[in-house]
Design a binder for this molecule. Structure first.
Ligand SMILES: [Zn+2]
Length: 92
């Protein structure tokens, strides 16, 4: 019996432009008020970040450590920025 696993192409699945996102345009970054793409459910509250501010925190060692300590659950929808860019290019 040969363990012949079917190689599924997950690329298309990962690039599903119609997938449901949790965050909406009404969700705003706690730091600057821009549209939020990252939601962090933490030990003592929720935080919303735009791509810029989440990147900023995670790119600093102390910020990333503090975030890992705080976060219980993280929803990262920064891939939507890419989708927006694609839509803009096609004029939608
Ligand atoms: Zn921000």
């Amino acid at each position: 019996m040969a363990p012949q696993s079917k190689l599924e192409d997950k690329t298309q699945e990962n690039a599903d432009l119609h997938k449901d996102f949790m965050l909406t345009i009404a969700d705003r970054c706690d730091s600057c008020g821009a549209q939020a793409f990252v939601w962090v459910n933490g030990k003592n509250g929720e935080l919303l970040f735009c791509s810029h501010h989440y990147n900023k925190i995670m790119s600093s060692a102390t910020g990333a450590l503090a975030m890992m300590d705080f976060a219980v659950e993280t929803v990262d929808e920064r891939e939507r920025l890419f989708i927006y860019e694609e839509n803009r290019k096609t004029g939608e």
